[in-house]
Design a protein around this ligand. Structure first.
Ligand code: FES
Ligand SMILES: [Fe+2]
Length: 348
């Protein structure tokens, strides 16, 4: 499996990384430990102590460094050994670990897995509209998936699946009549979907305060950016509204995937409401994310994990998947990502 390396991956939600407890997380098959230094700045270094290869994440954070729980060597965010409690305290030249560029922005801790000299924070996609905690109350969650991250991307880029897989919650039998379009702007792909005259599932009618049985027009517009970062805006307007996207209310749902290994992925999802809504916004965001975790965990994950099992080690395209109209966006995304990986490898 080849991954895109020179790109920003989501490593964690901001609240997952602390000064108190180091966080162990495998990313692109590399064991990493994340922690906050004494200034609260997130740091990421290789998780394997160079002495006897203990897991540094089992240690504790002291000042700006993490102390190995086995024999006490300490390493800071640059990967340098800052303290040796043994003998005269000399620091062996080999006593260092890999360090990764990290940026905290809009609820996310980003990590750069490629050449550190190329890590430019300016290239991080702007998620301030959905995830800026200064402006919005953001409710966040995490799931671990035993499936390749690109299967996860397929899942979000082709929301036609909600009619079948989520028929008891997010879907309806009108979804397959949606008007869809795929738009590409540079490395960004948009998958836009408008379903008209739809009766939502009663659990969603209640969530959106829609009178029982009242038909709506619903749009599900997803923006994808490499490697596997998505922002979905869901909007609703009374059925028959001309230009519903201009007048309806819309709510963001973010979906971020980072490969852990070839066959496992990290999955972060979130929603948010404006801070000006006060407590009601906070309550709605928390309730929405709790509601969504249900189908994501009980319906999407088992489906994706079963797909992964049946695909085994086979390359996705070698299995010659049948293509349906709803696949256009997911296929475009796979092509963009394949091209970026190819370009990166050719430049080596
Ligand atoms: S294994 Fe870390 S100090 Fe010995
Ligand atoms: Fe789903």
């Amino acid at each position: 499996m080849s991954y895109l390396h020179n790109t920003w991956y989501v490593a964690a939600w901001d609240h997952e990384v602390s000064h108190e407890k180091p966080l162990a997380r495998k990313i692109l098959e590399e064991p990493i430990v994340l922690f906050r230094d004494s200034m609260g700045t997130p740091q990421a270094i290789g998780d394997r102590c160079p002495h006897r290869f203990a897991s540094l994440s089992k240690g504790c954070v002291k000042g700006n460094s993490i102390q190995c729980a086995y024999h006490g060597l300490e390493f800071d965010g640059s990967g340098k050994c800052t303290h040796n409690p043994h003998g005269k305290g000399n620091i062996p030249t080999q006593a260092k670990v890999k360090s990764y560029p990290v940026v905290e922005r809009h609820s996310i801790v980003w990590i750069w897995m490629g050449d550190p000299a190329k890590a430019d924070p300016e290239t991080i996609v702007d998620y301030s509209q959905s995830l800026d905690p200064q402006k919005r109350f953001v409710a966040k969650d995490y799931l671990h998936a035993r499936a390749n991250y690109q299967l996860e991307t397929d899942n979000i880029m082709d929301l036609s699946h909600i009619e079948f897989l989520h028929s008891g919650s997010l879907g309806s039998d009108a979804v397959n009549q949606a008007v869809t379009e795929v738009v590409q702007e540079g490395r960004t792909v948009f998958s836009n979907r408008l379903t008209q005259n739809e009766r939502l599932h009663e659990s969603l009618e209640q969530r959106y305060n829609i009178p029982e049985g009242q038909k709506v027009d619903r749009w599900l517009d997803v923006r994808w950016d490499p490697p596997a970062n998505m922002e979905l805006w869901v909007g609703i307007a009374p059925a028959g509204t001309p230009e519903p996207r201009q007048v309806g209310k819309r709510i963001p749902f973010n979906h971020f995937f980072t490969p852990e290994t070839e066959k496992t992925a990290h999955y972060w999802f979130a929603t948010s409401y404006p801070r000006r809504m006060g407590e009601a916004g906070e309550r709605r965001a928390n309730e929405d994310i709790k509601y969504l975790r249900g189908p994501f965990e009980a319906e999407d994950l088992p489906m994706l994990e079963a797909q992964q099992k049946l695909m085994g080690d086979a390359d996705f395209w070698s299995l010659k998947p049948i293509l349906l109209p709803g696949d256009a966006a997911a296929v475009r995304v796979r092509r963009v990502l394949d091209q970026l990986i190819k370009q990166e490898q050719e430049a080596l």
